[in-house]
Design a protein around this ligand. Structure first.
Ligand code: NAD
Ligand code: DAU
Length: 335
């Protein structure tokens, strides 16, 4: 048996990762540490699953996190826990520094103390900054983050690497592009567009709507993470991408077509400050060294995602009835 300590496992990608592991890998026990912020949903992990233990703990809380390490023999740490939404980082940067930087530092220190065999930091393409109309980010692209969110993730990446060089700790970093799929919190573009279209409500599109993201279906990201955990070399960074570059306007049109929604719902609104223009990932390293390739193209991925939101209304309706309403008003009312 092996024990994975997964942080942020009640959020979007972390819960997709945990369900995948518990489903496919009976030899692995998962310890899930999550603070349960607005972005978490305890229902994302089914009740009564085997080989699973949950701790409601903040990764920045040294006492709380020490207890988790003391009570479990942890082999691998996979750090998903983060404040993850760029727009929120513009409104309230402090909590991003607290969780993404201080929290990662705390997790690193305890992982070192407890001699974990692998520490995987789940990072993002946003640490590389913004591209013009050509070129791609590779693992050697210098870090040039431009939002409080991406700056906090870049700081965390640097701390992670410092533990490799200073303490010879077996750390790895994965940097992935924009994920979409089941269980994504509705503040992010794709679920927001699906849910607004279903309600025949305006879909806010920032600026000229032509910013480009490289979209990856979450199952492909999870598959890449599993490969890195098994085959990655300590001290190395691996890019993961979806090979699906699209302008925001195209992704919204695609969703509206699938739902037979009216394109008049698209509403151009004031741009996000410091809005990164384009992301594109060169993921040839993980492709050549580990055989990674994304299995879901954008058509299949969007089809599965739209169907999931259609079938799981209870999941997102509960979110819409809570604090999210206040957030939405603050973010979009006067935009
Ligand atoms: P999410 O916002 O859906 O989930 C984050 C989870 O972390 C939530 O369950 C939340 O409760 C938990 N959390 C937040 N602060 C915490 C703390 N202090 N202690 C413990 N738990 C805490 O995020 P996501 O989209 O699933 O992203 C997961 C990770 O993947 C993040 O590190 C993010 O930077 C990275 N990432 C995301 C994307 C993407 O497109 N969503 C792409 C690349 C990388
Ligand atoms: O690239 C990886 C990153 O992708 C992750 O590290 C982040 O955690 C994740 O939130 C995501 O960041 P983005 O800012 O790219 O995702 P978001 O869904 O917020 O926005 C996608 C694009 O859509 C971006 O160009 C902004 C635009 N947008 C977004 C929203 C929420 C709109 O035009 N309207 C909107 O209402």
């Amino acid at each position: 048996m092996k024990t994975y300590l997964v942080t942020g496992g009640l959020g979007f990608i972390g819960s997709n990762f945990i369900r995948h592991i518990l489903d496919k890998r009976e030899e692995i026990t998962v310890i899930n540490v999550d603070k349960i912020t607005y972005a978490a949903n305890p229902g994302n992990i089914p009740n009564g699953v085997k080989n699973y233990r949950f701790y409601k703990t903040d990764i920045a809380d040294n006492v709380g996190l020490s207890k988790v390490f003391d009570e479990n023999d942890v082999d691998y740490v996979i750090n998903f826990a983060a404040e993850s939404h760029v727009d929120r980082s513009i409104m309230t940067p402090g909590i991003f520094i607290k969780t993404n930087v201080d929290g990662t530092a705390n997790l690193l220190e305890l992982s070192l103390k407890h001699n974990v065999k692998r520490f995987l930091q789940i990072s993002t393409d946003e640490v590389y900054g913004s591209l013009g109309s050509t070129g791609k980010f590779s693992e050697t692209t210098p870090l040039a983050p431009r939002s409080p969110y991406s700056a906090s993730k870049a700081a965390a990446d640097m701390l992670v690497m410092s533990f490799f060089h200073t303490y010879d700790m077996p750390v790895l970093i994965s940097r992935c592009s924009n994920n979409y799929g089941p269980y994504q919190f509705p503040e992010k573009l794709i679920p927001l567009a699906i849910i607004n279209a279903l309600h025949e409500k305006d879909i806010p599109l920032y600026g000229d709507g032509r910013n480009v993201r490289d979209w990856i279906y979450v199952a492909d990201h999870v598959a890449g993470i599993s490969l890195i955990l098994e085959k990655g070399k300590p001290g190395e960074t691996y890019n993961i991408g979806g090979d699906s570059e699209l302008e925001n306007i195209d992704i919204i049109n695609h969703i509206l077509d699938r739902l037979n929604g009216s394109h008049s719902l698209i509403k151009y609104v004031k741009d996000r400050p410091g809005h990164d223009r384009r992301y594109a990932m060169d993921f040839s390293k993980i492709a050549s060294k580990m055989g990674f390739s994304p299995k879901y193209g954008i058509d299949k991925g969007i089809e599965y995602t739209v169907n999931w939101y259609l079938k799981n209304e209870n999941w997102w309706k509960e979110i819409l009835s809570g604090d999210y309403r206040e957030y939405y008003k603050k973010m979009y009312e006067y935009r």
